[in-house]
Design a binder for this molecule. Structure first.
Ligand code: MTE
Ligand code: HPA
Ligand code: MOS
Length: 738
């Protein structure tokens, strides 16, 4: 946001947020604050010109609190000032009196009180009740996973200014330009055509800006539109951490049953999702938890239930994996529990139950092009897991105060927005008369490298150099009705739409050149390195002269492309269908060493075989894989989002919220490309890579847990992530840690 040149007279917008997690506002006095020098105006919910509503899936979230507050950090007022210092001063003069109401921070507690954000969901296959009665071994337990702060390097924010015809233009740090546009239109009470959203690129999103960027866009836009002056609203880091939602914490129950041969016959799970005070994206996240609840395993009898629970915390939201990791953590815990109780290696159970082509997911889709066993076996062989296990056993026998642990983590992740309707995209291509090209898509660059991939698509289709192509900003006036850049699907959806647009122009150019050269109808035209070939022979034309002459003959050199993923469907009434274009597979081997005096640990190695399909950009894909793994390790081992019972965020800064740094990166991070044919629904058969690798990080949890048990086999350690050094220490010495 701060790279964008701003206009003269720009106003600074600061949010005054609720100091209490739940209560009735009985008195709110900002008269004195509003009269201070350099304060232009203070906005309350009464000043919202349209609807005071920003809820995306469910309309349950006001932009500015009206009579009640539902979480600490909820925006109440907007202080509009000539400069930041004045806004800070005015903030201190605002008096708010709140009659407190009971605060709930725990999802199970909310569930007991009947506080749900959306209807509960249930996926069923086979008959678990009957299956359990035939099981030889049954294990039940609880698994808990914590929240995770997106911690994008660039905080949320927006810059807006009024434009002609009562309109407004907004630069937003958002993954979803259309979502911001829609929200602003609603809040202003104008049509979407009066709201232009422009996104050059983000300093990271990680899901945190899929939905929650809209509030900041609406705040800046409302001020700019009403006061007819440019306005900027960008929270500081601690404000951002306090006011915005994070990955949904989950508390879950599992029940798993086996036959004598250790085949999983039945699995039941109940997920209690901590949604926070408003639905936000939680209902969609809940759905993906259900989709990934059996991870890479084929289980004939399944019953999984999920509840989205309303608590008095900031509305939780998307974070890389979108509920998938939370679902996978529970089945991995259940299998781990069984392995420990039966005294067998967990990987024996994992491999024995791995799904394969022809198996059915609990949601009805049939497994195809399955690479689960392929990746797994490749890891076992390439990384000599058998020998590694022996080495670890030897090490653990010889060392008392250091223990090593190992784990295997398979991943199967579905690619497509689970909401079928969202799987569409558009692109706009202009070929200028000098042969240079401008490309617009709905894709937002946030560090994941989608711009590089879009350039590749256009350059490859036209057979021209990257240097001839310019990628425009993501803008709702050029490309309308975009889905957010999310669900790892951005390159697939926008890339396919772009390919459609480029092909349209190319076909017109090819038809033109055939008439020009009086070539046969079925002559094969091609452009390679900007030279035009006819029937594999270089012609006198190059890209530039072709374009110039086509223009002279009035050929249309622009096109709008559209793509909607074929095949996919899902019926929410039966909870069955074919929601995913394809799946991404892989397996990670993780090895760790725990310091059993201090409770600290090192991740010695993460070694992965990952199904990239036919990677179109190995550097970008490798970067996504490495980054995802480290972020997953952070979630599982060190990042601990802590709210107190009053709903106050205690881990509210980087001094109290620890994310992985360079020292936390595994000593060895080896990623092997499983080159497969990919899938034709993936752009250039190069599979989506944004989210799936994050779930390899779950392996670190189980490796550390195994090392703890190597030191203290009777440790009462449960399944409670993240497994921080504090928790490790207490699990090593449970009797002394009172
Ligand atoms: N990588 C970087 N550097 N920054 C990000 O914000 N977001 C992740 C992932 N990788 C993110 C990232 C998330 S949550 C998703 S859904 C995908 O990128 C989105 O981009 P894609 O659809 O192009 O993979
Ligand atoms: N993944 C990520 N973001 C989303 C999805 C999804 O499946 N659905 C809606 N937003
Ligand atoms: Mo990613 S959580 O789908 O933005």
């Amino acid at each position: 946001m701060d790279d964008i040149p701003v206009m003269e007279g720009m106003l600074y917008v600061k949010v005054f947020d609720s100091p209490v997690a739940h209560g009735k506002i009985v008195n709110l006095d900002f008269v004195a604050a509003e009269q201070m020098e350099n304060i232009v105006k203070i906005f309350s919910y009464k000043d919202v010109p349209g609807e005071n509503q920003i809820g995306g899936i469910i309309p349950d979230e006001p932009l500015l609190a009206d009579h009640e507050v539902h979480f600490r950090g909820q925006p109440v007022l907007l202080i509009v000032a000539e400069n930041e210092d004045a806004a800070e001063e005015a903030c201190k003069r605002i008096k708010i009196e709140i009659d407190p109401l009971p605060v709930i921070t725990d999802p199970r507690e909310a569930f007991i009180q009947g506080k749900l954000l959306s209807p509960s969901r249930k996926f069923e296959m086979g008959d678990t009740k009957n299956a359990f009665s035939n099981c030889v071994h049954i294990f039940e337990g609880q698994a808990v996973s914590g929240g995770q702060e997106q911690l994008y390097l660039e905080t949320q924010g927006a810059y807006a200014y009024p434009t002609e015809h009562d309109s407004v233009k907004i630069f937003s740090s958002t993954q979803g330009p259309t979502q911001v546009q829609r929200t602003v239109a609603r809040v202003l009470g104008v049509g979407m055509n009066k709201v232009e959203v422009d996104v050059p690129r983000l300093g990271g999103g990680f899901g945190g800006k899929e939905d929650q960027a809209s509030a900041w866009g609406a705040m800046a836009a409302m001020v700019a539109w009403k006061l007819k002056r440019p306005a900027k609203c960008i929270p500081h880091r601690m404000e951002d951490m306090r006011m915005t939602g994070k990955r949904n914490p989950y508390s879950s129950d599992y029940k798993i049953g086996f036959d004598a041969d250790l085949k999983i016959m039945a699995y039941e799970a109940v997920f209690y999702q901590n949604g926070g005070a408003a639905a936000d994206l939680s209902p969609a996240i809940l759905e993906r938890t259900l989709f990934h609840a059996t991870n890479s395993y084929h289980i004939p009898h399944v019953m999984i239930t999920a509840h989205s629970c309303k608590t008095n915390l900031p509305p939780n939201t998307a974070f890389r994996g979108f509920g998938g990791p939370q679902g996978m953590f529970v089945i991995e815990s259940a299998i781990d529990h069984a392995a420990k109780a039966l005294q067998v290696h967990k990987d024996t159970i994992q491999r024995k139950n791995m799904m394969d082509n022809g198996d059915e997911f609990p949601y009805g889709q049939i497994v195809t092009e399955c690479q689960s066993k392929h990746c797994w076996d490749e890891v076992m062989e390439r990384y000599e897991v058998g020998a590694a296990k022996k080495e670890i056993e030897n090490f653990n026998q010889q060392n008392h105060f250091y223990k090593k642990g190992l784990s295997l983590m398979p991943v199967c992740f579905g690619i497509s927005f689970t909401n079928t309707m969202m799987n569409q995209a558009r692109a706009l291509v202009h070929v200028y008369s000098d042969g240079t090209v401008a490309v617009s898509t709905g894709a937002v660059e946030m560090g994941q490298g989608v711009n590089s991939k879009m350039l590749q698509v256009a350059a490859n289709c036209f057979g021209i150099s990257h240097s001839k192509i310019k990628l425009e900003t993501t803008n709702t006036t050029r490309v309308a009705n975009t889905s957010p850049s999310a669900a790892s699907s951005t390159a697939d959806l926008n890339g396919k739409a772009l390919l459609d647009a480029c092909n349209q122009v190319k076909e017109r150019l090819f038809a033109f050149i055939k008439t020009q050269l009086a070539a046969n109808e079925d002559a094969v035209v091609d452009i390679k390195e900007e030279v035009v070939f006819i029937n594999n022979e270089a012609s006198a034309f190059n890209w530039k002269s072709l374009v110039q002459q086509a223009f002279m003959k009035r050929v249309n050199l622009s096109a709008k492309g559209h793509y909607a993923t074929p095949v996919i469907n899902f019926d929410k009434t039966t909870e069955k269908g074919h929601p995913f274009a394809y799946h991404v597979y892989g397996t990670a081997l993780t090895m760790v060493t725990v310091d059993c005096i201090r409770g600290t640990y090192d991740i010695d190695a993460v070694k992965v075989v990952h199904d990239f399909g036919s990677s179109m950009n190995r550097a970008v894909d490798l970067g996504q894989c490495e980054g995802g793994i480290v972020q997953g390790i952070g979630w599982m081992t060190m990042e601990e989002v802590i709210y107190n019972d009053e709903g106050k965020l205690l881990s509210n800064a980087l001094s109290t919220y620890k994310i992985p740094d360079i020292y936390a990166v595994p000593q060895i991070l080896d990623i092997q490309f499983l080159n497969t044919d990919g899938n034709e629904l993936a752009i250039f058969r190069s599979k989506a890579v944004g989210e799936p690798p994050l779930m390899y990080g779950i392996g670190a949890y189980f490796a550390i847990r195994n090392a703890v048990l190597a030191f203290n086999p009777s440790s009462p350690i449960g399944y409670d992530a993240p497994i921080t050094p504090e928790k490790v220490l207490m699990a090593l010495y449970p009797h002394t840690s009172k």
